[in-house]
Ligand binder design. Structure first.
Ligand code: PLP
Length: 475
């Protein structure tokens, strides 16, 4: 007891530390408040270790001696943005948890200019009077998709709610039971439908829905047919669904619009690049679908947005709907989406300049070159305890797109007898630039598809960090 009391008395006072020359520099990077909070926290931790662990005198003195370093680390952590860059080594290209599609540096430069200066967001430069923020996007969307009209809102979930609310509030909407899906992040068709005020009429069965199922449910309250792209899952085997063309024909016959939630919104046919068929936006327009909604940040490769295209008479109703004001996009989204869409005017340019498409269409040769380059950097830095090897594996598209697609890729596989793979994974995740990797059967994988060459040095440093004895210190 006495001994413990002695230890407590060795702890420095907060005010004393705040005057210490060694933390003077911190006042240039952080408010006094944060430095004081961090100091109190570090002292409280020492106090805890005295009361819990009966810390030895020498160890306590050592920690007190280095206390300003510990405080500096805490202060730096406290002022660091919570949302920060990570390196995606998972090979999942459209990784919803890691921010989905990347915006290229070139487009970011344009966004910087737009957002750090005034702009013509709602100003018509020709007439000098108020303009519409949507005008910047509508023509380019129409040009690329062939649709009559277009509108952009916050995300695809919002697009579906706005479409249903505008066209079918308090009325019935017929949907196949096989399409009552849940897309990641709590987007569930029945719940979205309820939010919009439309009444869900589900027809057919989980695996089979026929045209007659839709037809026999039509009544005077039917406001729309809804077709949902079952993005993230597939029903295989004994199945039947109604094609877009058949549904459009039925709709024309009864004057009922067809709304399609297309999910990913791919604008180029990716079969040319060896991927499986994913219905394109243009296919739906050509099939005569009345209203089509899709995401901006999935296969399109742009910013978060929900794009609504289709017949002008329906889009006009949505433009005037009060919900549209609540779901509207800001200047950042407009700038990024317009610039991304412009790249689609020439398909080759889109494939090469839109990061999502570039990663998805990377060739085995490119991936192998990257793997060799990264491997040599890792091997220069890494501890001897680690074994590294280039292996064949598969990447995923992600974002609920093409769930069955297996993209052949190259990975660097890492393992060790001395260091557990899970502590390596944790160490990488807690690196100054967090590195997110994949574990499979007690091996760590770094998939080259989603790692940029500019990130190779950081990955190599991260591996050195995670495998070094410092591991304990980072917790
Ligand atoms: C992803 C997806 C959504 C949700 O889109 P967000 O842009 O994330 O709001 C809705 N429907 C389908 C079919 C999807 O794949």
């Amino acid at each position: 007891m006495n001994n413990t009391m002695n230890l407590y008395s060795r702890l420095p006072k907060v005010d004393q530390i705040l005057e210490d020359k060694r933390i003077e520099n911190l006042y240039n990077i952080a408010p006094r408040e944060i430095i004081a909070d961090s100091t109190r926290a570090v002292i409280a931790e020492l106090r805890d270790s005295i009361s819990n662990k009966q810390i030895a005198l020498e160890e306590l003195d050592r920690q007190i001696y280095f206390i300003t370093d510990t405080i500096e680390k805490k202060v730096r952590k406290a002022i660091e943005p919570k949302l920060k860059k990570v390196i995606n080594c998972t090979g999942v290209v459209i990784h919803t948890n890691l921010g989905r599609s990347l915006i290229s540096k070139e487009i970011m430069e344009h966004m910087t200019e737009i957002s750090s200066s005034y702009n013509n967001l709602e100003f018509d430069l020709e007439t000098g009077v108020r303009g519409s923020r949507y005008s910047h996007l509508e023509d380019i969307i129409k040009k690329i998709t062939g649709a009559e009209a277009a509108l952009v809102v916050n995300n695809n979930a919002a697009a579906v709610v706005l479409a249903l609310s505008s066209l079918a509030k308090s009325k019935e909407v017929i949907v196949s039971r096989g399409e009552l899906v849940e897309i990641g992040g709590s987007f569930r068709i029945p719940e979205v439908m309820e939010q919009s005020g439309a009444k869900l009429v589900d027809v057919g069965t989980t695996n089979k829905t026929h045209l007659k199922d839709y037809e026999s449910s039509i009544n005077e309250n039917t406001a729309a047919f809804l077709k949902v792209h079952t993005s993230n899952y597939r029903i295989l085997g004994f199945t039947a669904s109604v094609s877009l063309e058949e549904l459009v024909n039925l709709g024309e016959q009864y004057h009922i619009p067809v709304i399609e939630d297309l999910g990913s919104g791919v604008l180029v046919d990716l079969r040319k690049y060896g991927l499986q068929y994913e219905p394109t936006v243009q296919d739906s327009v050509n099939a005569g679908v009345d209203v089509i909604t899709f995401s901006g940040d999935k296969l399109l490769g742009g910013p978060q947005a929900g794009i609504i295209i289709g017949k002008k008479k329906y889009i006009d109703v949505m433009k005037r709907h009060p919900l549209n004001r609540a779901l509207r996009i800001d200047k950042f989204t407009i700038a990024a989406l317009e610039s991304t869409l412009r790249l689609y005017i020439e398909e080759d340019i889109a494939i090469n300049k839109i990061p999502t498409l570039k990663m998805l269409t990377a060739t085995q040769e490119e991936l192998n070159k990257k793997a060799e380059k990264l491997l040599s950097k890792i091997n220069q830095e890494k501890s001897k305890e680690l074994t590294t090897e280039i292996v064949d594996d598969y990447s995923q598209v992600g974002g609920g797109s093409m769930p069955l697609e297996q993209l052949p890729t190259k990975c660097i596989m890492i393992y060790s007898d001395k260091i557990s793979v899970s502590s390596l994974e944790k160490g990488l995740r807690s690196f100054s630039t967090p590195i997110v990797t994949r574990i499979f059967k007690d091996r760590l994988y770094i998939d080259l598809r989603t790692v940029d060459e500019k990130e190779f040095d950081t990955v190599a440093e991260g591996i050195k960090f995670a495998s070094s004895n410092n591991l304990k210190e980072c917790y």
